[in-house]
Design a protein around this ligand. Sequence first.
Ligand SMILES: *[C@@H]1O[C@H](CO)[C@@H](O)[C@H](O)[C@H]1NC(C)=O
Ligand SMILES: *[C@@H]1O[C@H](CO)[C@@H](O)[C@H](O)[C@H]1NC(C)=O
Length: 408
Amino acid sequence: MRLLQRWKLNLNQFFIFGIILFFLTMVLKFISLDYDPDNQNCDLSSEYCKNIYYQDLKLLASGRKNCSRIIIGDPDEVRKTQIDNLIVRNRRVLATDRDYLQLTKDCANFKKLKKYVMFSLSKEERNYPIAYSMVIHDDIEMFERLLRSIYMPQNIYCIHVDLKSSRTFLEAVKAIASCFPNVFLSSKRESVVYATWSRVQADLYCMEDLLNSNVDWKYLINTCGTDFPLKTNAEIVRALKLLNGKNNLESEKPPAYKKRRWEYHFDIKDHPVQTHIKKNLPPSNIPIFAGNAYVVLTRDFVKALFENPTAKNLMEWANDTYSPDEYLWATLHRLLEMPGSVPNHIKYDLSDLNSLARLVKWDELGGDMEHGAPYPGCTGKNRRQADGEKKTSTTAYTTMRPTRTEKI
Ligand SMILES: *[C@@H]1O[C@H](CO)[C@@H](O)[C@H](O)[C@H]1NC(C)=O
Ligand SMILES: *[C@@H]1O[C@H](CO)[C@@H](O)[C@H](O)[C@H]1NC(C)=O
């Protein structure tokens, strides 16, 4: 009986002690975790962190616009928005370099205001950092929106700002980067001339700096200033894991019209000019493949760019050709000695539509999908399409809508 009483007492004491401990823990939790935007330990398995995250990411369009409807192409909603945009007082003025210089004076506030995600959203993502090489030259708000949408604290971001960019643009990018330990400007800068070696060089500067960073990134993805992600970081991580150590990029047998790009020496001034000087064959007579500037590369591939003699010879040979960015990566990806490559057999050709790196909807790819067009016709305006070198049509579909020119 006595024994039982004593036991009961202990149980009560234990219970009270437990309650005190519980409250103490809660108090400490609220004191220490009271929203700290730099807290990288906030794990989404905790309800508390989840709440911060969802509160933080509430995004609402201004006015009466319904973004979900616009995205699925509801014509009424699109028209409503177009009319809305015509009203001058509804137009939002784009943020300037100076605005960002001002905003980033208080980094903590800047990150909170712009809703940066400052902790890894899963263990899987935290253990799988990605390197980004971003080659940009103007439009600070567009760049900052892109950075914000791909930013994760475990990743690493190198920004190459063109030598021709304005001083205030450069300063604004520097100011934004200074708010993050994992965003930096490339140590060397290039004046990028369209369709020349300098475009490749800009990425190479970032690639070298990224290799020298202390982040153990697994894959590299490059962007320009006007990209926008279609996938979340988690989706990207899963896609990269499925690549099983291979690179992923457009790489195809080049069409005949492109061959002049590397068969002749080009003089580079403010744009590339073809000369009559015929170039030698590529070193070791490597077969050239066609692709584009936007790629998904393994860390070992990027490393080999600076170490592998064949790769280095090819790059030196390519530096006076037209648009080496559109065949160099594609070619190196088919070289057996390069890490993550695939054989140069035609069966391994990958078109831009099937590669992971980038969705580019060229004008001629839009049309009547019932007749085989890969994408619906353009309902807005094409901002970029090389005029000089229209692709010869290899499309199977017949009816193409004319490009309409109203802006969306
Ligand atoms: C936007 O449109 C979708 C699809 O019609 C609808 O489900 C949703 O409730 C709408 N949202 C708002 C905020 O009106
Ligand atoms: C191309 O490579 C050659 C040989 O190394 C070098 O002299 C030249 O400066 C390079 N050109 C460019 C544009 O990098």
